[in-house]
Every structure is written in structure tokens, then in C-alpha cells.
Design a protein around this ligand. Structure first.
Ligand code: AMP
Ligand code: ZN
Length: 287
């Protein structure tokens, strides 16, 4: 662990990882002991490790997997998620875009002239929120780690996307009655620390990245940050944790955002008709 200038064995790594997650939960009052937590699980190392850690800590959790319909990659992701849930006797909710929305991510992207990542993002965010609310979970947890958050921050800063900067928090409160609170309990942990956790604990995860993410800005930002990190360990942490400190002291606030109910589906949105309904309209009118 170059950023801590130390090396650890498997047992100490587990202690370290669990401590960092406990600290994240506490520092951002993410959830309480009796809250019901819905963990968004992709089948990758981050979200499966997160689910594993929350169960280890004794929280009341269920998993939610969205089947995106991106060929073999999605099938493998689904298989690994189901196998993990079965091995722990944990509840898993599976939502298939092909079955529920009538088209997978690639078809949705084609029909709407969006990029696959944009269509996928809309479908995931919408379903994460809606399913969490409908099934009365108190909070939705995702597996975003320090590398994810630092590279997202870099992207937002490079273009000075202040509205996104306001929202880039490890815990987003529900700003509308139909929004669920969203949290990222792994934000203090680097990607390679979580990979080590998954390996040490024999978590069988999908190694392959989503084929649609190849060449994405997010991956390029990650590479750039990794170069900086190699040169000066601790850079990513200083960048993101420093941002969180400053965010607390400034007026970057969510209160100005006007959230209303979508006139079609009633779900919260900043527009009259939400992105999800605009995408689905194209599915319904497709030849
Ligand atoms: P990504 O945007 O792919 O880096 O994923 C970030 C987080 O979103 C993951 O750690 C998961 O918590 C969640 N996630 C991504 N893809 C899925 C999926 N297909 N089903 C459920 N959760 C997902
Ligand atoms: Zn809608």
C-alpha cells in the first residue's frame, strides 16, 4: 500500500478495509443499524466486496442486479452475482432491461442516438431508485471506490461542471419524496485495495471491464491519475478528500436544483418528462 507506505498480510488487509468502510459510514452518517440497505451489484469486485463487507458487519442487506443485455459480458456478470448471493444465502433482486423495458442497453442506445454508457446510466439510476423506493429500502449503496470518485472529480473539474460537483458526495440525501438516499461506502478505498480484498476473500468476480467502456473518458482519467499516483503516492486521496473538505466549507449545495415529478411516470426529475420516459417512448414507437 504505497500511499500508506506499508505492506499488510491478508488478515490485516481485512481489518483495514472493514475499518475504512466503518469510518465512511460514520463520517457521512450513511445508515443506521436497523436500516434496510439495497446494494447495487454489478458482479464486479467493488460491489461484490461491498456486499460482503456489509454482511460481515451484520447489516440488513439485499442485492439488486440490472441485466443490461450486453452479450456475454452481461451473462457472466449475472451468473457471478447469482452465485455470490446463493453462496451467502442472500436475497437478490434481478431486473432485466430486455424483459422489463423491452430492449437491452445496445438497442436502447441505437433507438435514441445516445451512447451505450448514457442509455445504461439512465436505466441504472432510474431502476436503482424506483426499486429501492418500491421495496421500502432506506438507502441504496453502490461500489464506487476512491479511484472512481477521484477520476469523476477530475472530469468535473476539467470542465467546471459545478452542478455535478455539488452532487459528488459519498452520501446523497433524498431531495424528493420519491428519491432514496444514495451512499458510496467504499469511497475511502483504492481500487487495488479492493481487488486485494476480493482475492484474499475468494470472491469470484467478473474481471473483464464492460466492453462499452473501452476508451471512455472515465478510464482515461483513471490512467492519468494512476500515473500521478505512481509518481507521488497519496495523490488521489489528497485530491478527493481535499475536495470533500472544501465542499463542506463552501456553498456547493443541492438546494437550488428544482426537482419535480415526471408528468409521465411520476418519478423525480429536473425536466418535465424524465430521461427514462423519453427513452422508452422511442422503444414503443420503434418499427
Ligand atoms: P460502474 O459505473 O460500472 O463503475 O459501477 C459503479 C457501481 O454501480 C457499481 O459498483 C455497482 O454498485 C453499480 N452497478 C454498476 N452496474 C450495475 C449493474 N448492472 N447492476 C447493479 N449495479 C450496478
Ligand atoms: Zn418518467
Amino acid at each position: 500500500m504505497p500511499r500508506h507506505n506499508t505492506s499488510v498480510c491478508g488478515a490485516c488487509l481485512n481489518d483495514y478495509v472493514v475499518e475504512q468502510v466503518k469510518r465512511a459510514i460514520k463520517d457521512h452518517t450513511m445508515f443506521e443499524r436497523d436500516d434496510r440497505i439495497l446494494v447495487a451489484v454489478s458482479g464486479g469486485k467493488d460491489s461484490l466486496s461491498l456486499w460482503d463487507i456489509l454482511m460481515r458487519l451484520g447489516y440488513d442487506t439485499a442485492g439488486l442486479h440490472i441485466q443490461q443485455g450486453i452479450g456475454d459480458y452481461s451473462e457472466e456478470s449475472h451468473r457471478k452475482t447469482v452465485a455470490f448471493a446463493q453462496s451467502r444465502g442472500a436475497e437478490l433482486i434481478v431486473h432485466s432491461l430486455k424483459e422489463e423495458e423491452g430492449a437491452g442497453v445496445l438497442e436502447l442506445a441505437d433507438l435514441t442516438d445516445r451512447s451505450p454508457c448514457s442509455a445504461c446510466g439512465v436505466m441504472k439510476r432510474y431502476n436503482f431508485n424506483k426499486i429501492a423506493r418500491e421495496r421500502e429500502f432506506d438507502v441504496l449503496a453502490t461500489g464506487h471506490n476512491l479511484d472512481d470518485e477521484a477520476s469523476r472529480l477530475l472530469g468535473n473539474v476539467l470542465r467546471w461542471q459545478e452542478d455535478y460537483l455539488a452532487k459528488q458526495s459519498p452520501a446523497l440525501p433524498a431531495t424528493h419524496e420519491k428519491f432514496v438516499k444514495k451512499v458510496k461506502p467504499l469511497y475511502r478505498l483504492a481500487e487495488r485495495e479492493i481487488t486485494a480484498y476480493a482475492v484474499v476473500n475468494k470472491i469470484d468476480y467478473v474481471i473483464e471491464e464492460c466492453p462499452m467502456s473501452v476508451g471512455s473518458k472515465m478510464l482515461v482519467n483513471k490512467e492519468v491519475l494512476n500515473r500521478l499516483e505512481t509518481d507521488a503516492p497519496g495523490t488521489k486521496q489528497a485530491f478527493y478528500f481535499g475536495f470533500l473538505e472544501r465542499q463542506k466549507q463552501t456553498n456547493l449545495s443541492l438546494e437550488d436544483e428544482k426537482i419535480q415529478s415526471c408528468t409521465r411516470c411520476g418519478q423525480p426529475t429536473t425536466a418535465t418528462i424524465c430521461s427514462y420516459c423519453r427513452i422508452l417512448e422511442k422503444v414503443k414507437t420503434a418499427p
